[in-house]
Design a protein around this ligand. Structure first.
Ligand code: ATP
Length: 232
């Protein structure tokens, strides 16, 4: 049988009242990889992730998650989405937040969730409202990974964090994904934030797909085209 793709989009388009946010996007995302979705502000990244997470309906074209429609029970069970505005309750403690995750998700992995929180020394008894931005992001990661998703969609998860905290969270993300074979699709408007972490890139601008492929190959092509030396 053909190799399964984590995401497969064909002619995908989304129009809002003011115009097309996404137009004619076709690409495949390989499974088990850390993939980056990069593009400037307003490029359509959130729209694309929203369609994959079944929060938005495409105006035209199709998108499949492991071969299934986004609204299917299978896609819902296998995928997890973390919105840019992290949906955490300020008055809940970390422990209560994870308990909520357990109650909402049949396949909940409490150990994975707690390990992520502990790796950042975030106290289980602390209220969400008292945590730093990096700690809150870590709790949101724990909620997402506790679901044991096969595909994790992250919308600019670290854009508001300083480089050191970002580096630490990236480390946790990569370790968790590697351990469980999770496919990750993470958006950012900064290529530098993604190129050292991701091995596959999807580049969009003004709602259109520009490039999709292996980071190594994209960087090699860039070197060939521009004459720039590797690492520059
Ligand atoms: P950012 O980095 O700023 O989040 P993005 O790449 O995620 O940008 P989108 O949020 O998908 O881009 O937006 C793409 C375009 O669609 C933008 O022009 C935006 O103004 C518009 N848009 C997004 N959501 C809506 C909506 N709900 N209604 C109308 N227009 C929208």
């Amino acid at each position: 049988p053909a190799v399964e793709s984590a995401i497969e989009a064909h002619g995908l388009g989304k129009r809002y009242r003011r115009g097309w946010a996404l137009k004619d996007c076709s690409f495949r995302l390989p499974t088990g990889r850390i993939c980056g979705l990069v593009g400037p502000n307003g490029a359509g990244k959130t729209t694309l992730l929203g369609i994959a997470a079944n929060l938005l309906e495409p105006t035209e074209g199709t998108l499949r998650v492991f071969g299934a429609a986004p609204e299917s029970a299978e896609a819902n069970r296998r995928g997890a989405f973390l919105a840019q505005e992290k949906p955490l309750f300020r008055r809940f403690t970390v422990e209560e937040t994870l308990r909520m995750g357990r109650e909402l998700n049949p396949g909940w992995d409490q150990k994975a969730a707690e390990d992520i929180v502990r790796a950042g020394n975030v106290p289980l008894g602390a209220k969400i409202g008292t945590l730093s931005g990096g700690q809150r992001t870590r709790v949101a990661f724990a909620l997402a990974f506790g679901k044991r998703p096969d595909l994790l969609l992250l919308d600019e998860p670290m854009s508001d964090l300083d480089p050191l905290v970002r580096h630490e969270l990236m480390g946790t993300l990569m370790a968790e994904a590697a351990e469980h074979g999770t496919t990750v699709l993470m958006s950012s408007h900064m290529l530098t934030e993604l190129e050292n972490v991701c091995d596959y890139l999807v580049v969009i601008a003004a709602g259109g797909l520009r490039l999709a492929g292996e980071v190594d190959e994209l960087l090699a092509a860039h070197t060939l085209l521009t004459g720039a030396k590797a690492g520059e």
